[in-house]
Design a protein around this ligand. Structure first.
Ligand code: NAP
Length: 479
């Protein structure tokens, strides 16, 4: 059902995500008049605050996390904020919350920024207090489960109260401009699509590299690991967007129908197509950093790095490897997709001593948003000693190309879509479950073969076996 909510109810309103991302995003949307003047924002968490107390809390977060030029927008934004203390495990706390929210006929958008263990009691409380009716939609933060079984349990609990068209599963990568640009690149240009298949593409690489270690996520990360924290959601979504067939239109059903077909076509991975690692003490940017077990304070079998060679068993991608790698304490923070085309079938320059390199399309997602196409060009000169060719980049730096429009962070886009009810950039249940199904098989394979993460030095690109995984096929990771 399409409606624009006139109230946003934020669970986990005092949490890290709320402070760093959600409140700053809402404040930016407010400053640019992108939300209706009468949108009320009600925050809730256990901390005992009143409206003014929460406004003070939000002010401190916004002062810390908003860029300087946005700060004049803080005071007017704070007037939208209201707060009701609540323990989500206590059903009887929800009546007071419902009273604070007030009538919901004008549309209520709920954002659950709490641990998934609270989803079930929260939904029971919402139902019991009349906050889960037809004019309510609900947004859920990851992680949606730790495997297919727990993901189904969460999905079933949510589905008992909300139909799929009112459930908004967040994968914040989908809110990123460059990720959406991938669709524009593929489907708003004639140039690439005829070449976008096994006949012309040699392989695809997707890298999500972090320089940080555990940070404050000790409790969560050690139970999850890189495969579940990064590959199951963000990286498989990127893979699906790269590999999907053209949807008939840019709408929620058409786009998600095509993504889920890709996810279901992923071939089961054998253990020897995976490499896992865990960082040891090393150096990042010249500074010494401890190993994972030192940060954790105990030995652990959790992988902080994973590299995979995946295949999509369909007509378009037959035989094209998708190399995926992600890890913590790698030398640089970078998220990128590299599409390596095949070499020209015959080089007319070979007899004159020149070598060609296959074209590469590099889509940088963070920290810089840019798209680079490597092309072969002749090195200027009279060529007396033979022709020399060299790769030169055709670069689109998105910041330069679009200096005018304001850059929006992912949560601005996603919060707005949640309030307005556009599901295109949210993940459907069948996608999440196809993702878990594939990930569970990898974890089962690791368990059956007692695979332990290999050590790698912080500041390196992971265990050498990850390099070998690609080099066996004559492929070099893009660095
Ligand atoms: P967090 O800092 O631990 O915040 C949790 C929030 O939930 C707090 O506001 C906490 O406030 C509230 N809460 C805890 N127990 C509660 C209860 N029984 N009843 C009501 N409220 C309760 O977590 P976070 O980092 O903001 O993350 C929130 C969710 O987003 C998690 O599922 C996380 O995995 C996910 N996520 C976070 C990030 C990130 O960058 N932080 C990124 C992606 C996904 P009180 O203690 O006052 O109740």
């Amino acid at each position: 059902m399409t409606f624009t909510a006139d109230c946003l109810l934020l669970f986990g309103a005092t949490g890290d995500l709320a402070q760093r991302m959600l409140l700053p995003s809402l404040c930016a949307l407010d400053a640019d008049q992108l939300v209706a003047p009468d949108l009320r924002i009600v925050g809730t968490a256990r901390q005992k605050l009143d409206d003014e107390g929460y406004r003070d809390f939000a002010r401190a977060a916004l002062e810390k996390f908003l860029p300087e030029e946005r700060k004049p927008a803080i005071e007017p934004f704070l007037q939208r904020l209201h707060y009701q203390p609540l323990d989500a495990t206590q059903t009887d706390h929800f009546a007071a919350l419902a009273a604070k929210v007030g009538p919901v006929e004008g549309g209520l958008a709920i954002f659950l920024s709490t641990a998934p263990s609270l989803f079930e009691p929260t939904i029971a409380g919402l139902v019991g207090s009349g906050l889960a009716g037809e004019t309510t939609r609900i947004g859920l933060e990851k992680p949606l489960g730790t495997d297919l079984a727990t993901s189904r349990q969460i999905n079933d609990a949510v589905a008992a109260a909300f139909p799929e068209d009112r459930i908004f599963r967040i994968d914040h990568y989908l809110g990123k401009e460059t990720v959406q640009n991938l669709l524009a690149l593929r489907f708003a240009n004639l140039l690439f699509e005829p070449l976008w298949n096994a006949a012309h593409i040699d392989h695809v690489q997707i890298t999500v590299a972090e320089t940080v270690g555990l940070e404050g996520r000790v409790g969560f990360y050690d139970g999850a690991g890189a495969l579940r924290d990064m590959v199951q959601n963000h990286m498989l979504q990127l893979l699906a967007l790269v590999a999907m067939e053209p949807p008939a239109s840019f709408d929620a059903t058409a786009v998600r129908d095509e993504k889920v077909k890709v996810l279901r076509s992923l071939r089961r991975i054998e253990c020897d197509q995976t490499v896992t690692g865990q960082y040891r003490a090393g150096a990042i940017g010249g500074s010494a950093v401890p190993g994972y077990d030192q940060e954790l304070g105990q030995p652990s079998g959790t992988e902080t790095f994973v590299a995979l060679k995946a295949h999509i068993d369909n007509w378009r991608w037959k035989g094209v490897p998708f190399y995926l790698r992600t890890g913590k304490r790698l030398p640089e923070r970078v998220t990128e997709i590299v599409v390596r085309f095949r070499d020209v079938p015959h080089s007319i320059f070979a007899a004159r001593g020149a070598r060609t390199s296959p074209n590469r399309l590099i889509i940088g997602i963070q920290p810089e948003e840019n798209i680079t196409l490597s092309l072969m060009a002749k090195v200027p000169g009279l060529d007396r000693g033979g022709i020399r060719l060299r790769e030169v980049p055709l670069d689109i730096a998105m910041d330069d190309a679009f200096a005018g429009p304001k850059k929006r962070i992912a949560y601005e886009r996603l919060l707005l879509d949640l309030v307005e009810g556009d599901q295109t950039l949210f993940v459907r249940r069948d996608e999440v479950e196809a993702q878990w199904d594939w990930i569970d098989a990898i974890r089962a394979c690791w368990a059956d073969n007692a695979i332990e993460p290999r050590p790698y030095t912080a500041g390196s690109w992971g265990p050498s076996a990850a390099i070998a995984l690609a080099e066996r096929d004559g492929v070099t990771w893009h660095e």
